[in-house]
Design a protein around this ligand. Structure first.
Ligand code: ZN
Length: 305
């Protein structure tokens, strides 16, 4: 006989409380996870915004700094141009004439004659730029005419362009007062053309061979006064490397500078940037080092005008 089976579905007895609890825990975990992810994403976004703001501020700051620097350079250039545009006052002339007088602090003026030349001048300019030193260049008219871009560079980089005559031929220059002034004027014209500035007047002349002594001493002496009457002041030097006198080692050049500086407080050093004076450039770092070590401050003519 068959017993009908009673199929009893044994339903697991669900504990509703337990299920609810587990579901709650799961939901809580999911909620916390979602919240955590959102939180991280939010923080990340905030950091990105902050970073972008900082970058933007830095960019603005850099732009402001560059603009300030540009204005400073422009202002300084205008000051220099004003010195060249206006005639010298008596005080300005005397400041050049009294350049060797001792000051409260030691000072040195680096001066370079007979350039500019492609062979030497650019290297000297690079070095002066690197060392942040402004010098004075007594240029020759014929060199200025041949190398206008170097004249422009000298001026743009804050150096003083002064006048050393056109030909550098003593017999030609030192015929009389007028031939000296003619050499000066013609060279001024060459500088003006190179700078494309008809208002540039250097007003400082260095006599080739110096303003005193030698065969042409008396004519130079007269011409010096004649130039001054025409608003032009002459400047020699009180130290030199003898780079134009056949010295051919760096050590000798440096030693000549050291010897001729001696104990002087205000020094004008004569050097040359003519085409054959690469040794002058090669010695210049040592000269600069010596001067720095001995407490000299580098100046150019703008600083005393
Ligand atoms: Zn010279």
């Amino acid at each position: 006989m068959l017993y009908p089976y009673e199929i009893i579905e044994v339903k697991p007895k669900l504990n509703k409380k337990k299920v609810f609890f587990v579901a709650f825990i799961l939901l809580a975990i999911i909620a916390i996870s979602v919240f955590g992810v959102l939180q991280i994403a939010y923080q990340k976004k905030q950091q990105e915004i902050e970073r972008a703001q900082i970058e933007e501020q830095a960019k603005l700051e850099e732009q402001r700094r560059q603009e300030e620097e540009r204005l400073r350079i422009e202002e300084e250039k205008q000051k220099r141009l004003a010195i060249h545009t206006n005639p010298f006052t008596e005080e300005q002339m005397q400041a050049v004439e009294n350049i060797y007088q001792a000051q409260e602090t030691k000072r040195v003026f680096l001066t370079f004659d007979d350039g500019p030349t492609q062979a030497v001048t650019p290297y000297i300019l690079d070095l002066l730029k690197q060392e942040n030193i402004k010098a004075t260049f007594f240029v020759l008219g014929n060199r200025a005419k041949a190398n206008p871009e170097l004249i422009q560079r000298e001026f743009e980089e804050g150096h003083y362009i002064a006048n050393h005559g056109y030909s550098h031929k003593y017999s030609q220059i030192y015929q009389n007062n007028q031939t000296v002034l003619d050499e000066y004027n013609y060279t001024e014209q060459c500088i003006q053309e190179a700078l494309q500035n008809p208002n540039y007047h250097s007003k400082v002349f260095r006599f080739p061979g110096g303003s005193q002594g030698g065969y042409y001493h008396s004519i130079k002496k007269q011409a010096n006064q004649y130039l001054r009457q025409n608003g032009i002041v002459s400047l020699d030097w009180n130290s030199l490397s003898k780079d134009a006198e056949g010295v051919n080692t760096k050590e000798e050049l440096l030693q000549n500078v050291i010897n001729t500086i001696g104990q002087k407080q205000s020094v004008v050093i004569l050097m040359h940037d003519a085409a054959d004076k690469i040794l002058t450039y090669e010695t210049l770092p040592d000269v600069i080092q010596y001067l720095r070590n001995n407490g000299y401050e580098f100046k150019n003519l703008y600083d005393i005008l």
